[in-house]
Design a protein around this ligand. Structure first.
Ligand code: AMP
Ligand code: GLY
Length: 424
């Protein structure tokens, strides 16, 4: 089968490497792909937001199945467009992708169907929002309604910060139209867990849980990034928590979307916070997480293509989705300076006998030399029988991957190791 994967980051590289293991896959194309993905797929260079471009490509090249990985094309309706020309897809249609595309939609859905989440208010008038903030409990959280390149959320520790965040969204429009509606919500505390799931509208099959490390610096300090590393499974996500999440969050969300006439098929990502009052939804994403995918898919023992096809066809209940009883750790190597300004264009050396997977995010080919081109350059994922072993191996192998100006956090997985003691 000929497969098209839309996207060009580390997540897409992990999806492509997993798909390549399927005996039924003959060729994989990426739109756009990147310099590292080029080792595993044909990179078309067609942009991930160029819906017409990749739909035309898929038709002309007789693509049998498409996987739309990033949020933007999903929210813009990429799956609808591909399906309209007869190409089966993995990913939610536009009506369902709104679950990530609009925070107002997702908050109202949770309220209507009693799905636990932070208390909130919606504003489309700045004066009203500012008035509300005069007496609102602090800390508080300000969220732009739409997609904002993952930057539309401000956790405000002071009233001034909250006011500034509201003005940024509604007056300065730094997130464009995304910020003309905002959500101001209750500040929650507790460990965070990412749970990606396969769902076809009939069942929800959670994948192995994971823990992201969003801040740039060791000890969770400094600005938020796209994610500096991940481990799976997440020790806070015990069997009891998993059962509660299935009953109070996962199935109710699937049913709520069905009831709204927006059946969700694809990867539904639950960003959860385990509060003293039980697990609550921090956010929904309508896609695989990055870099969660880089630790989750390497643990998948079942054939990814088969699972994705079953999801698209509504046959997940009859399909085996099995994960290895092991641990994975992904350490992201970034360009020093990220998420602010950084230099790139440096050659990357990856030993051929590296005992780990490398998922390339921000690199391009210059002739046949792979050079850095992004903030997050690549992720090194190692598997172990224990969390300790996975972490140790990921760092040992990451040390063999070199480029000038490289930066990584030194404490990926440290919180998870401590958690193992806490939840014993
Ligand atoms: P997001 O960009 O939506 O992934 O959110 C970024 C981060 O903001 C999350 O991973 C949480 O750590 C934090 N966050 C979002 N909503 C809340 C909330 N209601 N209370 C506390 N922290 C939050
Ligand atoms: N790692 C967080 C996300 O993909 O949104």
């Amino acid at each position: 089968m000929k497969i098209l994967v839309v996207g060009g980051g580390g997540r897409e590289h992990a999806i492509i490497k997993a798909l390549k293991k399927s005996p039924r896959v003959t060729e994989i194309f990426a739109a756009p792909g990147n310099g590292g993905i080029a080792a595993d797929a044909v990179c078309t260079g067609i942009g991930a937001k160029d819906l017409e471009g990749f739909t035309k490509f898929a038709q002309e090249n007789a693509i049998d199945f498409a996987v739309v990985a990033p949020d933007d094309p999903l929210v813009l309706g990429a799956v609808d467009m591909l399906e309209a020309v007869g190409i089966p897809c993995f990913g939610p249609n536009k009506a369902a992708a709104i679950l990530e595309g609009s925070k107002v939609f997702s908050k109202d859905l949770m309220k209507k169907y009693n799905i636990p989440t932070a208390e909130y208010n919606v504003f489309d008038d700045m004066e009203e929002a500012l008035k509300y903030l005069q007496t609102a409990p602090i800390p508080t959280v300000v969220k732009a309604d739409g997609l904002a390149l993952g930057k539309g959320v401000t956790v405000a520790m002071t009233r001034e910060e909250a006011v500034a965040a509201v003005k940024e969204c509604m007056e300065d429009k730094v997130f464009g139209e995304s910020g003309s509606h905002i959500v101001i919500e209750e500040f929650l505390t507790g460990p965070e867990v990412s749970v990606l799931s396969f769902t076809d509208g009939n069942v929800v099959i959670p994948m192995v849980s994971s823990m992201d490390h969003k801040r740039v610096g060791d000890g969770d300090v400094g600005p938020n990034t796209g994610g500096m590393g991940t481990v799976a499974p997440n020790p806070y996500y015990t069997e009891a928590v998993a059962k509660e999440c299935m009953e109070t969050i996962f199935l109710p969300t699937m049913k709520a979307m069905n009831a709204e006439g927006r059946t969700f098929k694809g990867c539904l990502y639950f960003g959860l916070m385990l509060t003293e009052k039980g697990p609550k939804v921090i956010e929904y994403n309508c896609r695989f997480g990055d870099p969660e995918t880089q630790v989750v898919l390497p643990l998948l023992e079942s054939d990814l293509l088969t699972v994705m096809e079953a999801t698209a066809q509504g046959k997940l209940a009859e399909t085996e989705v099995k994960f290895a009883d092991k641990h994975a750790c992904c350490v992201v190597l970034a360009s020093n300076g990220y998420p602010k300004a950084y230099q790139s264009g440096y050659p990357i050396t990856i030993p051929a006998d590296l005992d780990a997977e490398v998922y390339v995010a921000g690199a391009k080919l210059d002739g046949d030399v792979l050079k850095t081109s992004g903030g997050r350059v690549l992720g090194v994922t190692a598997i172990g029988d224990t969390l300790e072993e996975a972490i140790e191996k990921a760092y040992a192998q990451a040390a063999n991957v070199t480029f000038e100006n490289a930066y990584c956090r030194r404490d990926i997985g440290a919180r998870a190791l401590r958690a193992k003691e806490e939840v014993k």
